[in-house]
Design a protein around this ligand. Structure first.
Ligand code: PLP
Length: 371
C-alpha cells in the first residue's frame, strides 16, 4: 500500500490541484540539493568531467532499471525530435521502401522531422484520424512492402489512447520494417518492457510523468541493430575513444552512444536520474494503480458521452480527456476558479493525476465538472 502522504511530501507541490503531468511533472523537493551535490560540487574540482560522466552512466542504469534492457543500449538525447532525426538518417533508404508510416495523431514534432526525411528520398504515409489506431489490423494493412519505417506513439497526447505497441512491432519485424516507438506520454506512468516490444528504436524524455525536467531525452537502440547504424549527427562523444583527439580518426562507439554527439549538457540528466530512481523505487505498477484509482473516480462521476479518452484501463493512458460541449467553457472557468491546473486541447480538457495527486484533488475536480 502506498503512503501517499509521504509521497506528497517528497514533491514540490503548491496549493493547486496539479493535473498537468502529461505536460510537466512536478519536481522532487530534493532535486536542488541533489543537483548541487552532483553537479556543482564536481565543478569546484579541477577535473569535473570524471564525476560528470558518472551522471550519464547513472542515467543509463536508471533507464534500464525502469524499462529493462541493458544500460549500454540507452543513449542520452536532448529531446525526441532530435533523437528521431538522428535515427532516420542513420540507416540508408532501401530500394523500393520509400515510405515512413506515421499517424495523424502523432505529436507534430514527429511529423516535422519525418517531413525533412523527404530530402533523402522518403515519402510519408499517414494513418488517418478516422482509423481505429488500437486495431492491429489497421496497422497490418498499412505496413506494406514499400514501408521502411513505422512510428508508433504509445500514448497519443490528444486522445489519451494507448496503442498496442507489441502487436505492431511484431508485424513490423516480420516484414523487416524498422520501428520507432515514442514513449513521451507513457514513460513513468505505464509499465514498459523494451525487451518485450523488440522495437528497433524507442525515444522518450523525462519532462512529463518522470518528473525529471526538460532536456533529458533518451534513445533506446535494439542491440540487434546497433552495429549497422551510422548516424550523421556525431561528435567526439559518439567516437569509440572520445579522448583520442585525432581529427583524422573516427570510429563509431560500439554501443548506442554512437548516437550521442558533441559535449553533452549534464544538469538535465542529473536532475532526471534522481526522479527516475525515485519513481522506480515507488514502483511503476503502484504509480499506475494509483492513477487508475483516481481516474476511475472521475470516470464514475461523468456521463459517458463526455468522456473522450478510452474508459477501459487497458486502453487508456494516464490522462482523462473530457468534453462538455456547450458547457465546456463553464467547466473550464470553474476548474480555473478552483485552482485546478489542467489544459484543454482539440478534443477536450486533459486531466492527469499522478502519484502526488489525492482523492481530495479528485473531489475538487468532480465538484467543478458536475453540471
Ligand atoms: C507524444 C509526444 N511525442 C513527443 C513530444 C515532444 O517531443 P520533443 O521532446 O521533441 O519536444 C510530446 C510532447 O508533448 C508528445 O506528447
Amino acid at each position: 500500500m502506498l503512503n501517499t502522504k509521504t509521497i506528497r511530501n517528497d514533491f514540490e507541490l503548491n496549493d493547486s490541484v496539479y493535473l498537468l503531468s502529461h505536460s510537466v511533472g512536478r519536481p522532487l523537493k530534493n532535486a536542488e540539493d541533489n543537483l548541487s551535490a552532483i553537479f556543482f560540487e564536481a565543478w569546484k574540482s579541477n577535473e569535473p568531467w570524471h564525476q560528470w560522466m558518472e551522471v550519464f552512466t547513472a542515467f543509463q542504469q536508471s533507464l534500464a532499471a525502469l524499462l529493462h534492457g541493458q544500460p549500454e543500449n540507452y543513449c542520452p538525447q536532448t529531446n525526441l525530435s532530435s533523437a528521431f532525426t538522428k535515427i532516420l538518417f542513420s540507416l540508408p533508404i532501401r530500394n523500393g521502401k520509400q515510405y515512413i508510416l506515421l499517424s495523424e495523431f502523432d505529436f507534430p514534432s514527429i511529423g516535422f522531422v519525418a517531413e525533412q526525411a523527404k530530402k533523402n528520398g522518403y515519402d510519408l504515409k499517414f494513418l488517418p484520424k478516422e482509423a481505429d489506431h488500437t486495431n492491429p489490423q489497421i496497422w497490418a494493412d498499412a505496413l506494406t512492402d514499400e514501408v521502411q519505417w513505422v512510428i508508433i506513439t504509445q500514448v497519443q497526447s490528444n486522445t489519451g489512447v494507448q496503442i498496442p505497441v507489441k502487436e505492431i512491432t511484431a508485424l513490423a519485424n516480420e516484414r523487416t520494417i524498422l520501428s520507432v516507438v515514442d514513449v513521451a506520454q507513457s514513460v513513468g506512468i505505464l509499465p514498459i518492457n523494451v525487451e518485450d516490444w523488440n522495437a528497433s528504436f524507442i525515444i522518450g524524455s523525462c519532462v512529463k510523468w518522470l518528473c525529471g525536467g526538460p532536456g533529458a531525452g533518451f534513445l533506446y537502440v535494439n542491440p540487434n541493430i546497433i552495429s549497422s547504424c551510422e548516424p550523421s549527427d556525431v561528435g567526439w562523444f559518439s567516437h569509440e575513444q572520445p579522448f583520442e583527439f585525432d581529427i583524422h580518426h573516427f570510429k563509431y562507439h560500439p554501443t548506442a552512444l554512437r548516437f550521442w554527439g558533441g559535449t553533452p549538457s549534464v544538469i538535465p540528466f542529473a536532475v532526471a536520474t534522481n526522479s527516475i530512481q525515485y519513481l522506480t523505487n515507488v514502483g511503476i505498477d503502484a504509480v499506475r494503480k494509483h492513477n487508475i484509482d483516481l481516474t476511475n473516480l472521475l470516470i464514475e462521476a461523468v456521463t459517458p458521452e463526455h468522456i473522450i479518452s478510452p474508459v477501459d484501463p487497458d486502453k487508456r493512458s494516464g490522462t482523462i480527456i473530457l468534453n462538455f460541449e456547450e458547457h465546456q467553457e463553464k467547466v473550464v472557468n470553474k476548474l480555473a476558479e478552483h485552482n485546478v491546473a489542467f489544459d484543454a486541447r482539440v478534443f477536450g480538457i486533459r486531466l492527469s493525476p499522478h502519484i502526488y495527486s489525492s482523492r481530495q484533488d479528485m473531489e475538487t475536480v468532480i465538484s467543478c465538472i458536475s453540471l
